[in-house]
Design a protein around this ligand. Structure first.
Ligand code: NAD
Ligand code: MG
Length: 394
């Protein structure tokens, strides 16, 4: 077996750490080429040492010297690269065949897109980039023959249960619906009046999944599911009416495909991201992930019900975004990133997150997207508008 070179963008995050733990189980199969982080130099240095990375990349330019010191202290010889451009540079290194895109938010857009343009295997965790530039990703992937394997557990599940050739069209493949499951987050049963007082700590305490702070808040508002609906639209070339969200509090069924003949195929497993990561890494083969096995005798019950769009208006907004097309997803995502950050800094309340996003969607100009420059410009404008909305509330 030849060893594959892999680069992990966002190595110090939750997905990055899980990816490295799967890689550590397969030292003959994979070797690490580059690892990146925004600012956590000590953790990045430890990871580079452990995985013998050729490049250690820090996107905050001012932290380059600190990273060199941290690497030297560990007697690690990884070459230091720094700055935003370095993220794009390591996304297309000839030594790596596979890139795990695990930066959080639109900050991952350029490096993830660069991976697609380099024709490498892209393992996509950075859902926000697909949400805001889905059409561009599809075009570039087709042009460069890039395989995009979803890591998001729902999309990875769908990828596993869709038939071969689904890219030609879901209808042709006999698919009626993509059923995205959602745990419902920590406040599934919380009354609306009580949602008002939710703290960042409560919002980040997800019942089933251990994740980064931004996606944890998104899961609590169900805006994560909204982003995932849009992600599914682009990954699977689905129409809005072909995507449905089903609340499933146990997070055992990771998503389902309903076929024309009445069959429904599901992928099940423990709620542990190492399963979709291992699947994406080895596809079309299967490798050990280190994840505990599902024990059916231990499962009390599997419940399914409809989402409550009154208490979680963020999900409704996402369906409106899908219908609107154009730059609506860029606005939705950028406004949400600013609102979540404001919530995490205790500047706005939990219920204000979807209302700030809705307000930004009203205020920002509708427009078309024809390339990366427009995406970046609409993203920038939306952030400015949303910051003003947040300022007016505090
Ligand atoms: P995280 O916050 O734990 O980690 C984010 C990583 O990105 C870190 O390595 C950080 O250094 C880096 N980063 C952050 N901001 C950056 C910037 N401005 N420039 C460069 N690098 C930056 O996030 P996470 O939970 O691992 O999520 C990563 C992505 O995977 C997100 O898009 C998320 O939606 C998606 N995802 C995560 C999970 C999960 O279980 N955590 C599940 C499904 C999808
Ligand atoms: Mg998900």
């Amino acid at each position: 077996m030849t060893s594959k070179g892999i680069t992990v963008l966002g190595a110090t995050g939750s997905i990055g750490e899980s990816t490295l733990s799967v890689l550590a189980l397969h030292p003959d199969r994979y070797h690490v080429v580059a690892l990146t982080a925004q600012s956590n130099t000590s953790r990045l240095a430890e990871q580079c040492k452990q995985h013998n990375a050729r490049y250690a990349v820090i996107s905050d330019q001012d932290k380059a010297a600190e990273l060199r010191v941290a690497l030297a202290a560990l007697n690690c010889r990884s070459e230091v690269l720094a700055g935003r451009q370095a993220l794009c540079d390591v996304a297309c290194l000839p030594e790596s065949e596979v890139v795990m895109a695990a930066i959080v938010g639109a900050a991952g857009l350029e490096s993830t897109l660069r991976t697609v343009q380099s024709g490498k295997h892209l393992l996509l965790a950075n859902k926000e980039s697909m949400v805001i530039a889905g059409e561009l990703f599809r075009q570039e992937a087709a042009k460069h023959g890039t395989t995009i394997i979803p890591v998001d557990s729902e999309h990875n599940a769908l990828f596993q249960v869709l038939p071969k050739g689904f890219e030609q069209g879901l209808e042709q493949a006999g698919v009626e619906k993509l059923l995205l499951t959602a745990s419902g987050g920590p406040f599934l049963h919380t009354r609306r009046q009580d949602l008002q007082h939710i703290t960042p700590e409560q919002a980040c305490d997800h019942p089933n999944w251990d994740m980064g702070r931004k996606i944890s808040v998104d899961s609590a508002t169900l805006i994560n599911k909204g982003l995932e609906v849009i992600e599914a639209r682009w990954l699977f070339n689905a129409r809005p009416d072909q995507i449905e969200v089903v609340i499933h509090p146990q997070s055992i069924v990771h998503s389902m495909v309903a076929y024309r003949d009445g069959s429904v195929l599901a992928q099940l497993g423990m709620p542990d991201m190492r399963t979709p990561i291992a699947h994406a890494l080895a596809w079309p083969e299967r490798i050990e992930s280190g994840v505990a096995r599902l024990n059916f005798a231990d499962l009390q019950s599997l419940e399914f019900h409809q989402p409550d769009l009154e208490r979680f208006p963020g999900l409704r907004l996402a369906f409106q975004v899908l219908e609107a097309g154009g730059n609506a997803a860029v606005i939705f995502n950028a406004a949400n990133e600013i609102a979540v950050d404001a919530f995490l800094h205790r500047r706005i309340g939990f219920l204000q997150i979807p209302s700030v996003v809705a307000n930004a969607m009203d205020k920002c100009k509708q427009g078309k997207i024809t390339g990366l420059d427009e995406v970046l410009e609409f993203d920038r404008q939306t952030r400015e508008v949303t910051r003003q909305i947040v300022d007016s509330l505090t």
